[in-house]
Design a protein around this ligand. Sequence first.
Ligand SMILES: [Zn+2]
Length: 548
Amino acid sequence: MDFRRCLLPVLCSLTWTAPAIAQDGNTGPHPYRPGIDIVDYAITLDLPDRGAVINGRAVLAVRRSTRVDTLVLDLVSLRVDSVLVDNQAVAFARSDSVIRIPIGQVVGDSFSVVVRYSGEPKDGLIIRTDSTGRWTAFGDNWPNRARNWIPSVDHPSDKATVSWTVRAPSERRVVANGDLVEETPLPSRPGTPARTLTRWREDRPIAPYLMVIAAAPLVYYDLGRDGCGVGEFSSCVRQSVYVFPESRDFLPGPFAHSPEIVRLFSELVAPFPYEKLAHLQSSTRYGGMENAGAIFYADAPFRRRTMGPGVVAHETAHQWFGDAVTEREWSHVWLSEGFATYFALLWQERFAGDSTFRAGLRKIRDEIVKAPEVASRPVIDTAQTNLMALLNTNSYQKGGWTLHMLRALVGDSAFFRGVRSYYLANRHSTALTDDLRRAVEGSSGRSLGWFFDQWLRRPGFAEVTTSWRYDAAERRVVATIAQGTRFGAYRFPLTVAVTDGSGRERRATVDVPASASTTLVIPLDLDAAPRSVTFDPDVRVLGTFQAR
Ligand SMILES: [Zn+2]
């Protein structure tokens, strides 16, 4: 997601549901619900004409891989009216955050669970009436807020397909993940508002944090099917925008490039993974939230007409990275946010050119070297239990920069082949950082453990001090690279640009070892002392450079 609205962490933590996280903030390598796999959710919701009380019925298809006698489902605060296991009523136990369901009597490995529930969700499904009296409901689940309105195994390691059946007043349009299956007016009683039943079906497994509906008076804007030849489901990717009526004249606005963005990522990685891609004006707390096939964007940038294409590129990249390939543990969230950050830059590189791309990299590098969390914590932060705190410069900017350095290290061809093979091997499933490492090791034929450890498993960045002299006898530049002690020494390839007396620039790349000080001979023949020497001219090393 785009967390720019959360740059003041105190504002985010105020609305953050602390108890749920304190109890279940599983960031470590332990399975969240051992032996349990939810395969499918079929969720039926009755939404009110006014107020925030919902009535729900969730049918879960469950698979059990070990002997488990109790199924624990996350559901915060809502009243549970009944639970059926394989259509038999069972005596469940309810706490404020979970339902404990006895499954010892189940024969076999697959069974169904039906939960009937009702009440006013405290979070997750954001139900509001705005100043004009307009009633809206938007799902906003990241990281583990789905449990406020969906009985679920609410963890990214357990992905499932999902069907939505929503009964709501007809004046509200209901949009969700997947394909629209049905929109049918319901028989109404005289004097009551007309109601409509809407069904959506997502046929690919997704994490609970991506399972959402919107119910609001939204108008539809068709972006067409331009991304033809790049869809996993059909030859064309249908894209659309849903906004409030007063935002209609803003369109296509920031979505004008959406077809090109989908086409670029499809070419770089693999076909678009979902049935369609809808973009919605919503009440997400984030700048944008990458819900699978239905991206929700913050409301204010629509109203102020300030929304740009950068957030669209970022959330669209998530459809591949985060949505189709999901980090199995929260501590590896950079696999989602670092990729989205870098692929948004790749879109800039393609459509705005190299200098814009490099300016973007410089800006992000400046943010990284100033961020206190980068200096104190690694990107893969297994010690962090506050999940909101993982939305930081490490996961986004440093994660994105690590991909950039990986590309510089192994070259474009091996980098993109590696990313594709990582994606295809883990598509519609989950992954950890080592899956990416192995894929790029396979495509490049190089051992990369040192690279991933250096940039992702320890805090900091390179602090480099450079000096050089001209060796007239050897006709070469001799460079000295000293590294600071704060974060230790780093190993990286370093490009050096040398401008000779005639003004001609030549480049060479040398390998800098992880040493406090290294003297390197730049392999360029020079007739005379050069006019200037520039270190890292292409912006490929995450660090600070100072000339001595
Ligand atoms: Zn993101």
